[in-house]
Design a protein. Structure first.
Lengths: 893, 122
């Protein structure tokens, strides 16, 4: 009893430890520390999620049943890793260049960003992975049961299922916590990766420890162990060349195609160079983990009672020998193998399900455009979290329905053959320009159906999903359609049979479909991008700078990437084009970059669809096609030079146009300025003169009238003074002769002052985030408060909402203080964005009391304080953004 | 009963000053303070003289002057334009549009009174 309790305690401590490690790694990565998180060693260890509970427990079972054949499962991946230069390098390069988020995204991207293809791949992946997740849950609960059994005799099935449920729930929590922190699936999940790497070490150590114990503890060293192996039935194995070839092929294919392998190998890859290390280090890992499989199997067969499940030898041998500590270590090894696989598989599949199934449906349901309403980010994250829970629980349901009877290795192989169906479309897409979407669809569907019929359905046993009669005589008595003897291929091993037919028919359908069909322009472009990834470095020029609305694009991107990231991207692109502000010209480069960034979050197909909705053009232009067709180096070189030149010219022209527009506006404004100054000065002077003449010339004025008229004179002379002060202030600021009175103070206090100074009119409701205002600034307080007062007063004057509200939102961004003043009015028309900071520019016909100098003064003040003030487009109302340098010193009291 | 002067001006203090000066001289003064519906008021009141500001909310004094001169019934209505825009081209524009008298702000009260008397006597 003590052991079982100890086991539970150790498991919980281990899980808590994993949480802590993942949390610490995530935090280190976010703070920019932890370069070791991105080392090739971690990458190699993360690849070891290939070795699941199937490897940990099942390999021994496999060896006990079929001898050395278990080695094929390691041989396939080893060959792939050794040959990394030819396939993996290309896969990783494309994955990074195109910001691929999953294997479904990869295949869909290659074949013209087809979402149908992505949906099919996702479905196959879910169907192929569910049994595998069930297998992991089964292995954890069986190993628990093994402990319980040695103490209390037989354990009822209910308890086993309970264990599986708890494990499944725990995994869902872990995966959601660390797998859906960022929306951008293309970003590395550092916490998850480091946890996997740690588990990789634990499972290797555990298996080695059990092996050492078996060889030197249960036997008397190597020689004795070899004798025992010779004596066991493992020595009688027969080499079946067809099974060896088939299993090696299928494990190599699965290594490339398994969603979880694709996730760690391509999506989480930080640096292509890591492959170089992994190419030898990972085979070494596989060799070490398979080293003691045969001794454990041989000794187990000899020592354990006949009929004992060989899948549990790794656990039961130490238990039988009373080595509880070793047994617990062995349990942790199996636990690690199972959990790491489920976590990564759930992340990979949830990305696919949410990007290719949930998001497209949601986008369509909400009217087809992302600019409508709601926060796409939240929806996508929610979709991903629900998918994780759904996928893991689906595995649990499969486990409890299937009863967990089948041998571990058998389920594993069924799943391997299932995902191998991606291979022709994937590899064909990488190396053959002629491969088309139609071909890929035909191949995938054919392979999937054959796998379903020949391997998946029969794997439940005769009479469960397929009736016995189908096995014996074929459906409707058609003998050539028997699931284990398709087209009369009798006497073959069922797995080899399924591998042969599914991959053969899949490849044939893929090739024939590709040859017979005609690729769409987008497929041609993407095909060229993928096949020639090492020659091209930029992506297909699929966008032409049409009349895209940059502001709409910004609104959409903010919803998907988050406001801060989207604004940074737009501002950066605008700067590169030589423009100021947040709205770049919709040039092809900008749109391509935007599409790549978005596809990191929602997948290529969806990103493409969203942008084309706004740009109003999804097709590929003739120039794009010509660029693909005339690929001789010279022409490419020449045309790219021309392109660069004409782009240069276009950019210069754009800048000139921009400058000219501003100059014309400025010259108009110069005239207007004089006229304005004249008007603004003369108006108060008129009242002053008129009333002073009245006071002088009218003898019979009552004291009341005298009082009234003299106060008008007084008020108007003050108005005149204020105007003169403003003009003077502006000219001092503009000439740069201003002296700043710099001192240290709290942002909140300056805002308090500004709000108090403008509290004359109760109509405007001001919303503040006092918690964020605890920032210390060393600046000229009066000047900064002057800017704030101006912005608040403007909101009062111009916000046209029925219940005007102003939100003041400070936060730190890249070491600078950003304060956004956003009201809920109708904002400022785009044509006026460039003008509002100019002198006397009261936009529109609004007749309000200001002279139109406020924002011009604000702009000058901010420039003197080393900051900026700008109008932020694409928000709901008018938003002004004040940016200030700050000493990163929070008020600590 | 004095003759009717319609003052179209948006600055409250200036309205008050002119009203005071003219009322004391025996004129009846009506005021209106925006350009949007100023024409309706001109047609309804049928004043003997209009004093017109240039920068008005809605429509400018130049627009209103154009409308007055374009209306056959109002062709002969004397218009005195008072403006804070003192540039020469503004005066030229006003004269081209058919103004009877053009004065820049700030003005002397006596000048305004004299101009009003002149214009109505003509």
């Amino acid at each position: 009893m003590a052991t079982l309790k100890l086991l539970i305690a150790v498991s919980i401590v281990y899980v808590v430890f994993l949480f802590c490690v993942a949390f610490a790694a995530d935090r280190a990565a976010r703070q920019g520390r932890g370069a070791w998180l991105r080392s090739p060693l971690i990458y190699t260890l993360s690849l070891s999620i290939y070795c699941t509970a199937w490897t940990f427990y099942g390999a021994v079972g496999f060896a006990a049943r079929s001898g050395l054949e278990y080695l094929t499962i390691y041989l396939g991946p080893t060959l792939v890793m050794i040959g990394w230069w030819w396939s993996l390098r290309k896969l990783v390069r494309i994955g990074r260049a195109q910001r691929i988020t999953s294997i479904a995204d990869m295949i869909s991207s290659r074949y013209g960003k087809s979402n149908l293809l992505a949906v099919i791949v996702t479905l196959i992946a879910v169907i192929g992975t569910t049994p595998y997740i069930a297998l992991q849950l089964q292995s954890v609960s069986l190993s628990f049961a093994a402990f319980a059994e040695t103490e209390r005799g037989l354990v009822d099935a209910g308890a086993v299922q309970d264990t599986a449920l708890y494990v499944a729930l725990g995994l869902v929590v872990f995966t959601i916590l660390f797998g859906t922190r960022n929306l951008d699936a293309n970003e590395r999940h550092h916490g998850v990766v480091i946890a996997i790497a740690l588990e990789a070490i634990v499972k290797l150590l555990a298996l080695l420890a059990v092996g050492v114990f078996v060889v030197w503890g249960l036997s008397d060293g190597i020689v004795h162990t070899l004798e025992r192996i010779d004596a066991s039935q493992i020595a009688d194995w027969e080499v079946s060349p067809s099974r060896w070839t088939g299993l090696t092929l299928v494990s190599a294919a699965a290594f490339l195609c398994l969603p979880r392998m694709f996730q760690v190998m391509v999506v989480e890859n930080e640096d292509e160079g890591h492959l170089r290390t992994a190419s030898w280090a990972f085979p070494v890992y596989l060799m070490l983990i398979s080293l003691f499989v045969v001794p454990i199997a041989a000794v187990g067969l000899e020592v354990m009672p006949t009929g004992a499940n060989p899948d549990l030898f790794v656990l039961k041998l130490p238990l039988l020998a009373g080595q509880e500590g070793l047994a617990i270590l062995s349990f942790l090894g199996g636990f690690s193998s199972a959990t790491s696989m489920v976590v990564v598989a759930a992340i990979a599949l949830s990305t696919m399900v949410s990007n290719h199934i949930v998001m497209p449906i949601w986008l369509r349901a909400t009217g087809g455009t992302a600019t409508i309403s709601g926060d796409v980010r939240q929806v996508a994250l929610l979709a991903r979290r629900l998918s994780i829970a759904g996928i893991v629980l689906l595995g649990y349901v499969y486990f409890s329905l299937s009863g967990g009877g089948t041998a571990l290795a058998a389920i594993g192989l069924v799943a391997f053959v299932g995902v191998s169906q991606f291979l022709p479309a994937l590899m064909g897409g990488l190396f053959w320009r002629g491969a088309t979407r139609t071909g890929a669809l035909a191949g995938l569907c054919t392979g999937f159906v054959v796998w379903l019929y020949c391997l998946f359905l029969p794997s439940f046993g005769p009479g469960v999903l397929l009736p016995q009669s189908v096995f014996d005589a074929g459906p409707l008595g058609l003998g050539w359609l028997r699931p284990y003897a398709l087209f009369g291929a009798e006497g073959m091993d069922s797995v080899v049979h399924a591998v042969m037919w599914s991959l053969l028919l899949n490849t044939a359908a893929f090739i024939i479909g590709s040859i017979l069909s005609f690729p769409s322009p987008m497929e041609r472009l993407q095909g060229a991008q993928f096949v020639n990834v090492f020659e091209h470095s930029r992506t297909a020029g699929s966008w032409s700078g049409g009349m895209a609305q940059s502001e709409d694009l910004l609104i959409m991107s903010q919803r998907i990437m988050g406001a801060r990231e989207a604004q940074a991207l737009f501002a950066d692109m605008a700067r590169r084009q030589g423009l100021s502000g947040y709205l770049p010209e919709p040039s092809p480069e900008f749109l391509e970059r935007l599409e790549r960034e978005l596809s990191g979050s929602v997948g290529a197909a969806t990103a493409h669809a969203m942008i084309s909705q706004i740009i109003g053009r999804a097709a590929v232009s003739v120039e794009d096609l010509l660029a693909v067709a005339d690929e001789t180096a010279q022409i490419m070189e020449y045309s790219s030079q021309l392109e660069a030149k004409s782009e240069e010219q276009a950019r210069t022209a754009r800048q000139l146009r921009e400058a000219n527009k501003l100059l014309t506006q400025l010259s108009l404004q110069k005239d207007e300025f004089l006229s304005q100054v004249s008007h603004e000065l003369r108006t108060p002077m008129t009242s002053i003169r008129a009333f002073s003449e009245i006071l002088r010339d009218t003898s019979e004025l009552g004291p009341e009238a005298q009082q009234k008229y003299s106060s008008i004179i007084h008020d108007e002379s003050r108005r005149l003074t204020r105007l003169l002060d403003d003009l003077l202030d502006l000219s001092v600021l503009e000439s740069g002769k201003v002296t700043l009175n710099t001192q240290s103070g709290r942002l909140g206090d300056m805002l308090d002052r500004a709000v108090a100074a403008t509290s004359g009119d109760p109509g405007l409701h001001i919303i503040r985030e006092t918690a964020q205002e605890d920032v210390w600034l060393t600046t000229d307080h009066d000047r900064l408060a002057q800017v704030f007062i101006n912005l608040i007063a403007n909101a009062r004057k111009y916000c046209d909402a029925p219940e005007p509200r102003l939100t003041i939102q400070p936060r730190m961004q890249d070491g600078r203080l950003v304060v956004d003043f956003s009201d809920n009015g109708s904002g400022i028309a785009m044509a006026d964005h460039g003008l509002i900071f100019e002198k006397f520019s009261r936009i529109g016909e609004t007749k309000t009391s200001g002279a139109g100098l406020g924002l011009a003064i604000c702009r000058e003040i901010m420039a003197r304080l080393g900051g900026t003030i700008s109008y932020l487009p694409g928000q709901k109302g008018a938003t002004f953004r004040v940016v200030l340098p700050v000493e990163t010193r929070l008020a600590a009291q | 009963m004095g003759k009717l002067v319609l003052l179209i001006e948006d600055e409250p203090n200036i309205i008050e000053a002119i009203s005071f000066i003219l009322s004391r001289d025996g004129w009846e003064v009506k005021t209106h303070s925006n350009g949007h519906d100023a024409m309706d008021v001109v047609r309804a009141r049928r004043p003997d003289l209009v004093i017109l500001d240039v920068m008005l909310p809605g429509r400018s004094g130049f627009d209103l002057l154009g409308d007055i001169r374009g209306d056959a019934a109002l062709e002969a209505l004397p218009v005195l334009m008072l403006t804070a825009r003192g540039q020469r081209k503004d005066r030229e524009m006003a004269e081209a549009a058919g103004v009877n008298r053009y004065m820049t702000k700030p003005f002397s009260n006596a000048d305004v009174l004299e101009a009003v008397r002149d214009l109505v006597r003509e």
